[in-house]
Design a protein around this ligand. Sequence first.
Ligand code: XIL
Length: 375
Amino acid sequence: MARHPDHDGGRPAISRLRPRSLTVALAALLLVLAAIVVAVQQHEEDHRGPRAQPLAGTPLRTLARRAGGRLIGTAVDDGALRHEPGYRADLAGQFSSVTPENVLKWALLEPTRGKVDWSGADRLVAFARRHDMAIRGHTLVWWDQLPAWVQALKGNAARQAMHAHIRAVLHRYRRTIRTWDVVNEPFADDGRRHASVWQSQLGDGWVQDALRTARAADPTGSLWINEFDAEAIGPKSDALYALVKDLKARGVPLDGVGFQAHLTLHGLPPTALANLRRFAALGVDVAFTEVDVALADGDPASDALRRQAGVYGDVARTCLAVSRCRGLTVWGFTDEHSWIPGTQPGNGRADLLDGRLRAKPAFGALQRELAAGRG
Ligand code: XIL
């Protein structure tokens, strides 16, 4: 039987190519790869933008600074930070503070005990430093986005793990992250403590334990409690108020209380301003820390976007009316990267810019209110 010429001598075919044809083949391969990269980029641009015009007007961060030295912040999506130049440009251009949306949470830092992945948080810290932005460290002790191994801890093992976690994170970032959501969402809607491994294993004292541990690890950081749905005066904010009052009276280190303000077209509750003021009167800073205003998918754009702008404006006005309000942080600034559609199906369009980074009426409302608050 005749041998196939390619298998002559059993040597691989490539070794018999002459150097010149090898170069030609490699060049052709590179051309094909380059064409694929260009095609993918083109596809992304078609899909996401970019918008035709840069955002008009004075940057929000300039307006916020002029309005009594306030901060305007946003939660940052790590994927967008890595892959989207337009997102990075608006982030640096408009905002003076960042909050990692997820990368600093325990479940993402240390899914397996002892194997810590700092890369996402390091990336955001480096970006923030390059662009002269403050950082909110979100969050050290919470009931959600906890690794399974933490949820399973009992008694003193839970306490040790909490201490070790706070110390490790603060040791790494205390020089760069100056404000910390040490405790996130301690209360349930009815004003009782939210169920968690901390609450069940350590009892009510876990909050002061976390704050004291943070202070020992970071003597000068600003230490906060951050809460959800506590904007109105009511059972939940009353419980939070009583806790803050008690902590301050006993000298537990606490510098601020964050109100998340995940809102809808119902808007900020009418008691929000009085609520912020009563907390500030206890001797803590306050801020809106996770603002978004979700629309129902069925809401017609013209009306809903106008009302949404009114809600954002109201949030800014309320903060500016309280001298201890440090500023406001939105929970994402583009509808392309908002947690709302994924967690509340049927709702979305909650952010300042649309999915192609074009300003919505809410963006203009924020500009106007911050400009009007110039001190
Ligand atoms: C949300 C993130 O936006 C989502 O990407 C994640 O899947 C779940 O957590 N209160 C908080 C934030 O304090 O950390 C939450 O962020 C939203 C509610």
